[in-house]
Structures are given as structure tokens and as C-alpha cells.
Design a protein around this ligand. Structure first.
Ligand code: NAD
Length: 498
């Protein structure tokens, strides 16, 4: 059986691994490969490899570093089909979604290609007599990233793309559920010219994560995953003196105003609530129609739309979405559906019990739709992360806007309306980090930054864009004096800017 190994110092290695994990094919429900689960020895080996090359990489001028990123981008494009197939067969998302996953990561690499410009510092001429000040951004040294299963290409690239372009070495600990694409990315970076040891991949679970959090030479940790673990990583990493950004779970709301274009709304919810089997942190699993007429129309048309969704294997070009990532995750989704029923919500469409002919053991689950969900229900308050859309009816925009604002998560939110003023005021006031106006999945492009609020993100720096550059660098400010003439009298006083 295929074994997915660590990638340390440019080599595949089993490392010190005493444990292995199973990698399933969610389409068949069968184990298709194993993955080495690393620990402190493997993290130490990766750090040692990183230390050997990082100083020289940091001293390499930024346009040369950018050339590696340009080459890497070209390799991603050349290998897109192979990467997408590998991604789909471990994650379960359909090929078009896998290509989207890679493409959004590739766009961060495109952003990182501009690193010579992005790292330009500040300069103040004549801040005092003969005094100029300049500030520069320098890399931190070694940074690490811990990533979730749901975007095994994009999220690693959010992190290492920027960290490496800034002059750092990087250690990636990807999800143990779909680790093959992250390893291929590291190989391609190597092929693009990254020196051996600059980007290392160490697989594992809590043991590897704890080794990262404890290692003195890892200066920054970027995490994306569920909120409790994000909080743990944030607390432990910062207590150990590291810079940490830790993105967590989500429960994004889409508010539908009575004047919204309902054709667009239905198409958008179909894609954003059910696409990728709802396993997206920017999915739209809660619909909030405003007013009874809007709600009744939405429920009727959405029920019809859900009936048209095709669930199929990830290589089926006609499938809207594929299986979820694991049997355990499917059970969790089903238990939330059961909970919603017990709490008194109306289950309009029940997706449980779907069996796909020829793939009966695959981790498939049909689309579910709930109406009359209430804010005090646990099934509403928690993240389900599956193909389940919950409708919470509201009588006014104020009432609708309170729902996302008061929810424990604050990743994304959307409003559908033709009223510019209402949209503008909503965007200004809502207590959520990323807002879409007639955009169902408002993931900011690579040159802006990505990050939620409340329990969707711990730490104060977002992913990619200018905040990514800030996260992976520290500022050094130089005050220099080249006096013109005799300054003997001033030699021992603190220079002032008079
Ligand atoms: P997860 O929290 O189970 O795993 C994330 C990472 O943490 C993995 O690398 C995993 O190996 C590691 N991990 C697991 N258990 C751990 C433990 N006890 N201690 C330390 N590390 C541990 O998340 P997942 O199931 O892979 O991904 C889905 C979650 O990620 C959802 O909650 C989703 O909303 C969230 N997510 C958030 C964003 C965002 O940007 N906010 C983006 C994508 C996914």
C-alpha cells in the first residue's frame, strides 16, 4: 500500500515515525494509503534542515526569491490536473472544486511573486540634523503552518507562499486526512528552485502539533482548523513566546432582503450551502429571509433546487458535490440533523441514508434543508460543516443582522439586496470579519486579507495580503546620522529631532 512520508531536507523519509494513520478514499470508503505520523524527532529534524538554509535564503535578494515563486506558479499550472485528481481522491470534493482549491492557492503565489515591491521599507529623510530614518521588514527565521483537511492546497499556500517569499524557512504540518497534495506542493517548490530544507512537510496529529508549539526555534505558527484547537494552538503558542494566528470554525449567514434577485439567491445558495458538501469555512449554511413572503418563496424554490442536486463520486463531471471526508464526519453531520429535528426545526429535505449505487461504502450524504430554525437551538449555534442549510426566518433587517452579529462565530456573512444603502449600513455594522454584498462566498482575493472575527480567529493578523507580509516579518528601524561639520558638543546627548 502507498505510504505518504514526510518531506524533510528535500527527501522523502519515514523519519522516526512509530505510528501510521489511514488515508481513506471517501468515494469508496476504503483505506487507500497510510501516512507517517510524526513527533518531536521529526519536527527537530525539519527545524535542523530549515536552520541550515534559512540564513542564506534570507540573504538572497528578493527578486531571486520571487523567481522561485514564478517558477512554482508555472509548475502548479502545468501539474494542475494531476494535483486536482490527487486532491479529490483523498478529500472527496469534485474535480472542479479541487481545481478551485489549487487556483486560489496559486493566486497567493502570484501575490508572493511581487515580494520585492511588498518588502520595500520606509524612509524619512532629514528627520533631524544629518539624521535619516529607515525601516525594513526582515524575516522571522523559521515559521510553521498547521492546516485543515478541507483546503489541502490553498491553505498551505496561504502560509508557505508568503512566509518563504519573505525569506523564512517553513515547516508544514498538513491534515493527516489528505496529506498527499501538500507533499507534492513541497516537491514542486523544490523543483522550482527552493533549496533543500526550506520547505519541509511533517505529517502527524496532536503530537506533531505540540512539538511545533514547544520548539524554541519556530518563531511563528499559523493555524487553520476548528475553533477549540485554534484556541489551544493560540494559547499554547503565545505562552511559548511565538507569534500565532489561528483561524477557527464558522457558521456563515446569508440575509435575503425582500428586494433581492431571487433567481440569483437560489443559485448562490445552491452552490454555497451544498458545494464541496458544505465542507468550506466560507460556506453559507444559514439563510435568513426577511419577511414571510420572502421566506415562503425561498423555502419553496430552494426545496425544488435541492431536488436537482447530483451527489456523485468526485471524478463525476455531473456531480455537484462528492462524499464528505470521513465516516466519522458523516456521522457527526447526521447527528446534527437528528438534533435539529429533536429541537423542533422543520426538516423539509432529509439527506440522510443516501447510498450511491456501486459506491455503497462511500461517505456520501444527501443535501438537507431545515425551515423554522431558531437562534436558541444548539444545531444552529454550532458548526455542522456538511450539506445542511438551515433557514432562520426574520421580520426585519435589524432582527436578521443581529443573528450573525451575536453568533459565536464571525467568519463570513452575505446580504442579498438591491438596496445600496441597506447593504452599506449592514456591512458597516455587522460583527463579522468578511462581508459579501450579493456575493455568497466572500473570500477576499489574495492581495487583500482573509480572516474572521470572534471564535473564527484568534490573534490579530489575517492570512495573506499585506497582513500576511506583516505576520511573517518583523520591522527594524534604523536611525542614522551623518553629521555635516563639528558635532562634538552633541556626542553624549540623546539626539532630538529639533
Ligand atoms: P481540525 O481542527 O480537526 O484539524 C486542523 C489541524 O489541527 C489538523 O492539522 C490536525 O491534525 C490538527 N489537530 C487535530 N486535533 C488536534 C489536537 N487535539 N491538538 C492539536 N492539533 C490537532 O480541523 P479539520 O476538521 O481538519 O478542518 C475543519 C475545520 O477547519 C472547520 O471547523 C472549518 O470551519 C475550519 N476551517 C476554518 C477556516 C478559516 O479560515 N477560518 C478555513 C478552513 C477550515
Amino acid at each position: 500500500m502507498r505510504q505518504v512520508q514526510h518531506f524533510i531536507a528535500g527527501q522523502m523519509t519515514r523519519g522516526a515515525a512509530a505510528r501510521d494513520g489511514d488515508i481513506f478514499d471517501p468515494n469508496t470508503g476504503q483505506v487507500q494509503a497510510s501516512v507517517c505520523l510524526g513527533g518531536a524527532d521529526d519536527i527537530n529534524a525539519a527545524v535542523d534542515a530549515a536552520k541550515k538554509v534559512q540564513p542564506e535564503w534570507a540573504a538572497t535578494n528578493p527578486q531571486r526569491r520571487a523567481r522561485v515563486m514564478f517558477k512554482f506558479k508555472a509548475l502548479l499550472e502545468a501539474n494542475m490536473d494531476e494535483l486536482a485528481e490527487l486532491l479529490s481522491c483523498e478529500h472527496g470534493k469534485v474535480i472542479a472544486d479541487s481545481k478551485g482549491d489549487i487556483q486560489r492557492g496559486l493566486e497567493v503565489i502570484e501575490f508572493a511573486c511581487g515580494i520585492p515591491h511588498l518588502l520595500k521599507g520606509e524612509y524619512s529623510e532629514g528627520a533631524g540634523p544629518g539624521i535619516d530614518i529607515y525601516a525594513m521588514r526582515q524575516p522571522l527565521g523559521i515559521a510553521a503552518g498547521i492546516t485543515p483537511f478541507n483546503f489541502p492546497a490553498m491553505i498551505p499556500m496561504w502560509m508557505f507562499g508568503i512566509a518563504i517569499a519573505c525569506g523564512n524557512a517553513f515547516i508544514l504540518k498538513p491534515s493527516e486526512k489528505d496529506p498527499s497534495v501538500p507533499v507534492r506542493l513541497a516537491e514542486l517548490m523544490h523543483e522550482a528552485g527552493a533549496p533543500e530544507g526550506l520547505l519541509n512537510v511533517v505529517h502527524g496529529d496532536k503530537e506533531a502539533v505540540d512539538a511545533i508549539l514547544a520548539h524554541d526555534d519556530i518563531k511563528a505558527v499559523s493555524f487553520v482548523g476548528s475553533s477549540d484547537i485554534a484556541h489551544y494552538v493560540y494559547q499554547t503558542g503565545t505562552a511559548n513566546g511565538k507569534r500565532v494566528q489561528a483561524m477557527g470554525g464558522a457558521k456563515n449567514h446569508g440575509i435575503i432582503m425582500p428586494d433581492a434577485d431571487m433567481d440569483q439567491v437560489i443559485a448562490d445558495f445552491s452552490g454555497s450551502a451544498y458545494g464541496s458538501a458544505g465542507e468550506r469555512c466560507m460556506a453559507l449554511p444559514v439563510a435568513v429571509p426577511v419577511g414571510k413572503a420572502t421566506a415562503d418563496e425561498f423555502v419553496g424554490r430552494m426545496t425544488e433546487e435541492v431536488g436537482k442536486l447530483n451527489v456523485g463520486i468526485s471524478s463525476d463531471p455531473h456531480a455537484h458535490y462528492g462524499p464528505v471526508v470521513s465516516a466519522a464526519h458523516r456521522t457527526k453531520i447526521e447527528s446534527y440533523i437528528e438534533m435539529g429535528v429533536k429541537e423542533g426545526a422543520d426538516l423539509v429535505v432529509d439527506g440522510r441514508g443516501l447510498s450511491l449505487q456501486g459506491n455503497e461504502d462511500g461517505f456520501f450524504i444527501g443535501p438537507s434543508l431545515f425551515d423554522n430554525v431558531k437562534a436558541d437551538m444548539q444545531s444552529y449555534q454550532e458548526e455542522i460543516f456538511g450539506p445542511v442549510l438551515q433557514i432562520v426566518r426574520a421580520d426585519s433587517l435589524e432582527e436578521a443582522a443581529r443573528l450573525p452579529s451575536e453568533h459565536q462565530y464571525g467568519n463570513g456573512v452575505a446580504i442579498f439586496t438591491r438596496n445600496g444603502l441597506a447593504a452599506r449600513q449592514f456591512a458597516q455594522k455587522v460583527n463579522v470579519g468578511m462581508v459579501g454584498i450579493n456575493v455568497p462566498i466572500p473570500v477576499p482575493v489574495a492581495y487583500h486579507t482573509f480572516g474572521g472575527w470572534k471564535r473564527s480567529a484568534f490573534g490579530d493578523t489575517n492570512q495573506h495580503g499585506p497582513e500576511g507580509i506583516k505576520f511573517y516579518t518583523k520591522v527594524k528601524t534604523v536611525t542614522q546620522r551623518w553629521p555635516d561639520g563639528d558635532v562634538a558638543d552633541q556626542s553624549f546627548i540623546i539626539p532630538t529631532m529639533k
